[in-house]
Structure formats: C-alpha cells, structure tokens
Design a protein around this ligand. Sequence first.
Ligand code: ADP
Ligand code: ZN
Length: 720
Amino acid sequence: MNLASAQQALKKYFGYDAFRPLQAEVIQRIYTGKDVILLMPTGGGKSVCYQIPAVTMEGTCVVVSPLISLMKDQVEALRANGIRAAFLNSSLTYQEQQHVENEFFHGRLDLLYTSPEKMASQEFMPLLRAAKVSLFAIDEAHCISAWGHDFRPEYRQLRFLKKTFPDVPVIAVTATADKLTRKDIATQLELTDHEMFIASFDRPNLKLEVRPGRKRMEQIFEFIDKHPNQPGIIYCLAKKTTETIAEKLRDSGINADCYHAGLDARQRSKVQEDFIQDRTTVICATIAFGMGIDKSNVRWIIHYNLPKNIESYYQEIGRAGRDGADADTLLFYSGGDLMTLRDFINQSDSQYREIHAAKLDRMYQYATSVICRRKILLNYFNETNQENCGNCDVCENPPRYFDGTVIAQKALSAVARLREQVGMGMLVDVLRGSRSYGVLSSGFDKIKTYGAGKDLRQEDWFFYLEQLINQGLLDIAYDDHGKVKLTEASKAILFDGQKVQLVQAEVLQKRKEAEEARASSKSRRQIERNRVRDELFEHLRQLRLDIARKKGVPPYIVFGDATLEEMAAEKPATEADLAKISGVGEAKLQEFGREFLDAIQDFLLEKKDQGVKIKGSTYLETFRLYQQGLSVEEMAAQREISPVTVISHLAYLYENGERIDLKPYVSKAEVERVAQMLTSLEEPYQLKDIFERLNEEVSYDKIRLAIAWYNRRKRKSYQQ
Ligand code: ADP
Ligand code: ZN
C-alpha cells in the first residue's frame, strides 16, 4: 500500500483533494503494520485516518466505539460515500446481526463498527479469528483510562487485542487526553511499538468573540439575524434560562427548542434528533447537550453564561464548524455569573475545590482579557503560539489605551463615599446620577460624586470598572453580596495621583462602524455576487433538506455545509466541474449530482432573467437552448452572440461530460483526423497551427469540437 492509492481513495470516496496535517503520516504508519495513538481535536479528521486504510487495505477495519447511538449515522455517512460499512450492537435484531456477521466473514465489509462489550464477548471471538481483519480502530480511546474523564470499564477488556492479534495494527484515537491519559492508553492496550501523533488543537475556522453580558437577549436576536436559518446552540447555566430563551425565540418566529436534565430520555432524544435533522434550528441547552451528537454543520455557539472552565468552553465551542466551514462563537460574561459559579464551588465538598476555583478564575480572565483570544486558548493547552490569529474580536478590534486616571479617580472615590457598601449596578447608577428609587431612598444623591460620571454610558462604566478590578484597583467581595471594595493599590490612585491606563470603551460601537465601513467599501458588484451566492446556498440547502427527508437521513449525510458553500461560490455547470468540489466523491456525484446541477442551473437562469449577470451561466444558457433543439445559428441569434462562441460553448460542455451530440457538426473521419494530429502536439493547442497542418481542409469550428472530443476521451482513460 502506498500514499498515492490513499490519496486516490480520498478523492474517490470523500471527494477531498488533500490530506489534512498528520493524516498522511498516520495512514503511512498503519500501512507498515504498526500501531498509532492519535490525538486530534473534534472535527480534525480522525476518522479518515482509519477509514482510508479500511478501504485500501485487504480485509475489514473493525472500529470499537462506545457511542452506540452514533454508529448508525456513521455507517450511513460511509455508505453514502460508497463505502461498505455496517455495525454490530445490541440494537440489531437477531436476523440483522446474522446478516452483518455473514458479510464480515465473507470479506464484504470495509468497516465494521462495534461496541467494546461485543468485541470482548466470548461468542464474537471465533468470528473475529475467522474473518480477515485489516486494522483495529479504537475510537474515544481515553475511555480506557481511569485517569480520563470518561472511564468505561468495558474498554479494559480490549487488552486482549494485541495479544490475540499481534500482527494486526491498532489505531487509538481521541480528542481529549492529557499527558497521563495518553500514556495510559498505550499501557492499557499493551501497545509495545506505537507512535503518538498529536495534532494542533487550534480550530482556525471558529471565530472567537466575547462580550459583556448585558442586554443579552437583544444581542442574541441581532446575532441570529445575521445567521438566518443556521443551526446553533445557546448554552446556559440554568434549566430555567434555557426554557425562557427558547420561548422568547419561538415568539419571534425562530425555530427553537430547549434541552436539559429535567426532560425525560424520550423527550431528550427527540430534541436531539430534530436538531440533527435540521428540523429545529436553535437549541437552548444546559451543558449536557451535544455530547455524542455528530452534527457537522452547527454554525454557531453562544454561551449565555460563563462556562466553569476553559476546557468546557473549548469543548462546547468545538461542536461548531466540524465540517471545516466558518462558524461563529460568542461568549457573554458577567460578574454575576462569576459569583454564582463561585458559590457552587464553595458549597460543593469536592476535594478539588481550590483547583475548580482557580480554573474558573482563568476562564474569567480569558473573558476580560484584551489580547488575542486564540493565543490565550492555545497557550492554555500548552501550544505556544505567538501569532495573533486575526479571527477573534480582539484581533479585529485591537484595544486602544488612553489615560483613564480621572475615570478611575471618580469610581474609586464613589466607592469610598458609598462606604464600600454597594454592588456594581448601584455604583454605576450613582456615578451616572440616576434618579432611581434605590438611589434616592438611600440618599445616595447627596454624596459628592453623585452624577460625576454622567458623560459615560452605562455599559462603558461597566467596562471600565471591570478593567479596574482586573488591574487590582478595585475588588469584588464575593462573600459579601458582590459589594465593590477598595484595595491596597487604590490609595495610590486616590491620594498620590498615580496614573491609570484603560482600554477605550467603544469596542462594540466601533465594531459596528467597522463592519459597515467594510461593507460599503466593497464594490457593489462584490456585494451583489455575495448576495447571489448566499441565496444560491440557501436554495441548495433546501434541496439537501428535501433529499434528506426523502431518504430519511440527516442532511449533512447528503453533503456538508462546506461543500454546499463551495458549490454556491463556484456554480459548477457540468458533472466534471461538480466533481472538483471538495466533498463530492464518486458515489455522491452519481446519486445526487444531477439534482444539484439542475438546481444550480435553474437558479442561475432565473437570476439571469432578473437581469443579474453571473459568471458561468453563459454555458448553461447555451446548453438549455441546445436541449430545446435549436441550431447553432438560432442559438447565436437568441443569445446575441456569434456562432463561433456558441460552438466554443458546445465544445466546453461536451468536454466536461455533458450530453452533446457532435455528429451534426463534425464527422467521425474529421474528428479522427484532428485527434491523430493532436497526439504529436503539445498543449495548449494552437488552432491556427492545426488548421494549417491539415491543409486548411478542416474548419476552425470542427477543430474546436474535435479537440473537446479528444480531451474528454483522454480524461476518461486517465480515470480508469
Ligand atoms: P473527527 O473524527 O476528528 O471528529 P472527522 O473525521 O469526522 O473528525 O472529520 C471532520 C470533518 O472534516 C468531516 O466532515 C470530514 O469529512 C472532514 N475531513 C476530514 N479529512 C478531510 C480532508 N483531508 N479534507 C477535507 N475535509 C476533511
Ligand atoms: Zn486573535
């Protein structure tokens, strides 16, 4: 086995042109019969690392997976790509099991998914020995380690694999493993000669954004407005919040549902299924949602509340954009959330309380920091990264510092005059001179700093106060109702005139302005083109949904979002063009190709009727007239183009696999005469040169068509 055949299989079955980092190395190693441990983030492309060997090596790749609920979808996705896959687990009837076992025994499966229990069972052993196994793949391999966060004792039994089948390579894959767990995977599986591959945990297609958690609902509506019909998840801390938000969204016509521990198992699986099938667009969920769902086209994640640590946050945003297409994530943070989470920790009697508290602090620091977010995350996961990512809110809107001494003095002196007895909200009210009942009834309108900060907006004040807290100039007494307190360092500001640098608080405003400026600087044509692309994408998404419903499979099994996006941008006109799109393998081209091409064609022609000019549609238009049986001259007249151009369109269409009958335009003898000549020439062919070499006996039009014929035949024979 060599990499060239792996590459071909990647194109043929999955429609991808190139391997992602580490995939080729891992596959190469498996081909040499050796073991692999592979750590890669969710969506990084772990499965391909054993699926390609599975389809290229002789025998069956047996995949052990703890997630029985996922097996069906995984197998369906593989079958849609023309791969012979099946699963064996307790959900099958006796007959179904018999059938799968029979296929396995006779070597008619590329991949067989099964549970660890089944693997280790006595009755499965003889079959495992009798069939030809090319490779064992252990999915979610961290489950084998008691150090990991998801230990499953059944996994321990897998140690028999290496003993019983010393010559069959093993690949263990996981997305979550700290150093200890990693080592333990090798020990528990008794791998003696393995290589560990660790991919970067960076997910560059995820946009990272953090905002203060004020007027969250308003911001969520605005956010969803910008992501119409795109599947997304809103994570909340409390069950009640998920219900309220889902209801508010539904009230304004957004297809939303909620998911939390209070629902029974049946309700939960229904919510999940509806989401997978694109029947529900938005899920408001407590953190439990998303484990073990394999939906590649989640387009956005919002954290309504602060997550309890960076690991959870990263895992949760990681559920977006698994298909590699762009996805947006938005985190709201607030001091209130921080307090609630601190209370949880303090009330728990876990021996790890201090660790939990420290991790929570890191999370809050991340949220309030003003350096590139991805840098912080990658550094947290021990990948040193010094580059700014360019795809987070900080990078897009670098902080601007200014002398904030006066602002700090006002805030600190207000805290002093309020005797450190109020929380942030009241403090801001006093600074801004609010006439609220709370302020007036406490007589706070009488103190000296009342109204001293009128000139700043409420949200700006919160922004500055948070910075003062982060700089240690103020403190929040979490154990005393969140009252704002002075610190040792406060004195230097209040009494010694020490200067304070603050980050300018126009971030949100500026971001909006920047977006608008960017939009208007794009040319009108560009905007128009994007609009058409987006509309076409929507059109194709609808088609995908229809097909998926008819077939009873999740939509992403038909094509992923990234593939539809590329289709909408490229607007392929022929099957050959379509095959070039990433994610279009042979099986899907066969099964869905025509429908998608027709949909694109119809869409473009309709646009054309509306007077929108689109590249690529010109061939289609000629093709449509051709299909109506018009002559070259008639087509030229209708389209107001020259007959020569019509011929060149026909040649293009023919060369790219469309059904065009060349006979009326050029005879077989002429075609062969030109083809004969071409074998001795090099590309690019010069029409004039050929014309002269053939004694000017074959017209330019005919030469054009003959070249198309020649190229199409040449391409065919390459493919075989
Ligand atoms: P994981 O198992 O690591 O979560 P998957 O194997 O499911 O990731 O891959 C995630 C997505 O990326 C899938 O849609 C998969 O088809 C796609 N993918 C994998 N490898 C490639 C590649 N070389 N080129 C393009 N897309 C790929
Ligand atoms: Zn960044």
